[in-house]
Design a protein around this ligand. Structure first.
Ligand code: PLP
Length: 423
């Protein structure tokens, strides 16, 4: 089945009412029917997530199955936000004293999670330069739990050499976690390339119309083989005291280890659950994601080419421009397009502000991936919490303007930018 077909059909067998649309199971809990069934469900013996909506819900389960399928993974877990997905993927493997090796080109919220919150929890984060992957090896030690990067970075719009990173991680039996928010599975499937876990902010392209916050964690098929008996990952291989000494790697769910433990331990205990209504909105979004991504990509490429020809523009970042340092990696890993996200740099803050204030179709919004076009100034908005050094390290000079091209006509978007640049 092709991706667009899977996105419309996987995971939903029509219920007793034969509804075409997936129903919203807006329920907190489930009737177990018998005391024995209740007890064994709580002890993870029934293979059901319908214990309590904090750990599972039938509407979200359809989203999870569908998303896992389009990512080419074995299972997924839906959570309340992209940040929760990232945090949970880390909490599922790391504790105080451990470390992570992470790309220096990341979404600002992820940087603060890593450098502030995880640091307070005793988890160290070591950065590597996305364009100097060979340096990763010198950062690895016995306490390294994962290598984390974005498939298309936000906002610097870099595209790493996936295969090189994955082969280093595999050499040391370390997990790779990839934030695939900007590319979406319609443009790039990191798990098929060999990454172990994908995380998503579904709040962006998946929902599409900017209507809901949510996130997903997806695991690679056969990831359990890398985790089982791997001493780096004791959470899966040693008795879990909150389930009477269950060893996840030996349990009946051993083939979907990563997301199962994230659900039954991390989500159970910390509770950033996705509301079924938002899960339903993501199912609607997923149905048209393939078509929308095509149009976002086409618009962005046309806008990027036009911006490149403007004197006032110092630099344009769009991976599929021949002038871009990511062009080679993009041709290899982003064969269907490079998303609607691009950024360009003007000389200083004043010019950047003037352009942002003059555009009419673009809205000044702290988001990306909406069907309506968005313009932002990362240094003063999404990345405001970062120091000057951190801003430069993650590729955000003060004159940088980020655009998320929506689904309007590219002619109208270019005309709007033209009047703003000339004003
Ligand atoms: N990852 C990336 C690449 C993002 O751009 C964002 C948000 O902008 C997030 C994660 C966080 O997602 P959420 O806002 O759904 O928590």
């Amino acid at each position: 089945m092709d991706l667009q077909t899977k996105a419309l059909h996987v995971g939903y067998e029509k219920d007793s009412q034969s509804t075409m649309a997936v129903p919203i199971y807006q329920t907190t809990a489930y009737d177990f029917g018998s005391a024995d069934f209740a007890a064994s469900s709580f002890n993870l013996e029934q293979g059901t997530d319908n214990v309590y909506t904090r750990v599972g819900n039938p509407t979200n389960a359809i989203l999870e199955r569908r998303f896992a399928e389009v990512e080419g993974g074995s299972a997924s877990l839906a959570v309340a936000s992209g940040m929760a997905a990232i945090f949970y993927s880390i909490l599922n493997i790391a504790e105080s004293g451990d470390n992570l090796i992470v790309s220096n080109q990341l979404y600002g919220g992820t940087v603060t999670l890593f450098t502030q919150t995880l640091k307070k929890l005793g988890i160290e984060v070591k950065f590597f330069d996305i364009h100097s992957i060979k340096d990763i090896e010198s950062l690895i030690d016995d306490k390294t739990k994962c290598i984390f990067f974005e498939s298309i970075s936000n906002p610097s719009i870099d595209v790493p050499d996936f295969e090189q990173i994955i082969s280093i991680a595999n050499k040391y039996n370390i997990l790779t976690i990839v934030d695939n928010t900007v590319a979406t599975p319609m443009l790039c499937q990191p798990l098929i390339i060999g990454a172990d876990v994908v995380v998503h902010s579904a709040s962006k392209y998946t929902t599409g119309q900017g209507t809901a916050i949510g996130g997903l964690i997806v695991e690679r098929k056969e990831l359990y083989k890398k985790i089982k008996n791997n001493s780096r990952y004791p959470y899966f291989n040693e008795p879990e005291s909150s389930y009477h000494g269950l060893i996840f790697a030996d349990s009946q769910v051993s083939e979907i280890l990563f997301t199962f433990r994230a659900r039954m331990v991390v989500l159970r205990d910390t509770g950033a659950v996705l509301s079924p209504f938002n899960g339903w909105l993501f199912i609607q979004g997923l149905e048209t994601l393939y078509l929308r991504m095509n149009q976002h990509c086409q618009n962005a490429l046309e806008v990027a080419k036009w911006l490149e020809s403007q004197d006032i523009v110092v630099n344009v970042n769009y991976p599929l421009l021949k002038s871009n340092k990511n062009y080679k990696n993009s041709l290899k890993y982003l064969t269907k397009g490079a998303s609607g996200l691009l950024s360009f740099e003007v000389k200083n803050l004043e010019i950047a502000k003037k352009i942002i204030n003059k555009v009419e179709i673009f809205s000044i919004v702290a988001n990306i991936g909406d069907s309506k076009s968005i313009i932002t100034h990362p240094a003063s908005m999404t990345h405001q919490q970062l120091t000057n050094e951190e801003l430069i390290a993650c590729g955000v000079p003060v004159g940088l303007i980020r655009i998320s091209c929506g689904l309007e006509s590219s002619k109208d978007l270019i005309a709007d930018l033209k009047q703003a640049l000339e004003a």
